[in-house]
Design a binder for this molecule. Structure first.
Ligand SMILES: NC(=O)c1ccc[n+]([C@@H]2O[C@H](COP(=O)([O-])OP(=O)(O)OC[C@H]3O[C@@H](n4cnc5c(N)ncnc54)[C@H](O)[C@@H]3O)[C@@H](O)[C@H]2O)c1
Length: 313
């Protein structure tokens, strides 16, 4: 099985490359390294693995057959997509268009990494796949949310019109080793600050909720969805919901040290709550998260501890 992973040098993409190699795939990792890093794939020495530095907003051609395309390329953290708004829109639109074109030409199965951000600041909790969302298209976060909503729309259009075999996952906040410590997402932020003995910054009063999925659970769900025959979007995330303040307290409790929790102004359009309804993933894929919060955080803290000690990021 010849499989492309776009965004394969990123956090989730590199973990997916590992899983695919374990499952016997030949993997072509395509990444322009805008937010990813070859450090995430330097441990891979398999002959079944190739890395191509390429921007997927530009077309790419392959002579050989391709069986599967996992399209994960996109800036993903708010810090990244607010810094790279046009690139984010381009990779959601042109990048997805190019990869769908390749899937059509090769008769490959196409997989879109979409996001819980398509639900925006949701008015229902938990979010089921049938919920259409509450997104501000012209707010600063709109560049990411709307890019992914467009990517879903063009994926379904290729599915319906060109009969391309497609899958769509809506990924909810995922954490674990190979995230960048300075990528601005909650888990690396809190852990990095606690490890450096700095104050932990909570935005708003910390009452907004999130649910965090450990990365090994997330990539297992992604793999199962690709191998299933279900073509509508599926939520993959951990439904265990905590307030951001609780997260800060849990991480502080695990790391110890002298950090205090401090509060700063909430960013524009920050969702107040996020929790996936995973009924579909459980029913269709027999998937549910296995790694508990403390266990996942322990692994992640160990990884970031190593990064901080070696100052590699
Ligand atoms: N991690 C999460 O919690 C989460 C949540 C929802 C959705 N997602 C989605 O999962 C995917 C992976 O996210 P991640 O957390 O691993 O982020 P990441 O930033 O670590 O990885 C994204 C990768 O895409 C690459 N990339 C970006 N634009 C590209 C382009 N034009 N051409 C080629 N490569 C490009 C980056 O260099 C990077 O390696 C993204 O599509 C993201 O939207 C992630």
């Amino acid at each position: 099985m010849k499989t492309i992973v776009t965004g394969g040098a990123g956090f989730l993409g590199s973990q997916l490359c590992d899983l695919l190699l374990e499952k016997g795939h030949e993997v072509i990792c395509i990444d322009n390294l805008v937010t990813g890093n070859t450090r995430n794939i330097e441990h891979i020495h398999s002959e079944r693995f190739t890395f191509l530095k390429h921007d997927v907003t530009k077309p790419i051609y392959f002579g050989d057959k391709i069986d599967y395309i996992f399209h994960l390329a996109s800036p993903a953290s708010p810090v990244d997509y607010l810094e790279l708004p046009i690139q984010t829109l381009k990779v959601g639109a042109l990048g997805t268009y190019n990869m769908l074109g390749l899937a059509k030409e090769k008769g490959a199965r196409f997989f879109l990494a979409s996001t819980s951000e398509v639900y925006g600041d949701p008015l229902v909790n938990p979010q089921t796949e049938e919920y259409w969302g509450n997104v501000n298209p012209i707010g600063p976060r709109g560049v990411y949310d709307e890019a992914k909503r467009y990517a879903e729309a063009i994926t379904m259009a290729y599915h319906r019109y060109h009969k391309v075999d497609t899958r769509i996952v809506r990924i909810f906040n995922t954490y674990g080793p190979r995230m960048r410590i300075n990528d601005g997402r909650v888990v690396p932020n809190f852990i990095g600050q606690a490890l450096r003995g700095e104050d932990i910054t909570v935005y708003g009063d910390g009452s907004q909720t999130r649910s965090f999925c450990y990365v090994s659970d997330e990539v297992e769900g992604i793999y199962r969805l690709m191998m299933s025959d279900y073509t509508l979007p599926v939520n993959i995330g951990n439904p265990e919901e905590h307030t951001i303040l609780e997260f800060a307290q849990i991480i502080l409790g695990m790391i110890g040290g002298r950090s205090k929790i401090v509060f700063k102004e909430l960013p524009v359009d920050d969702p107040k709550q996020r929790r996936p309804d995973i009924g579909k993933a459980m029913g269709l894929l027999g998937w549910e998260p296995k790694v508990g919060l403390e266990e996942g955080l322990r692994e992640t803290i160990e990884y970031f501890n190593y990064i901080v000690r070696n100052s590699r990021q």
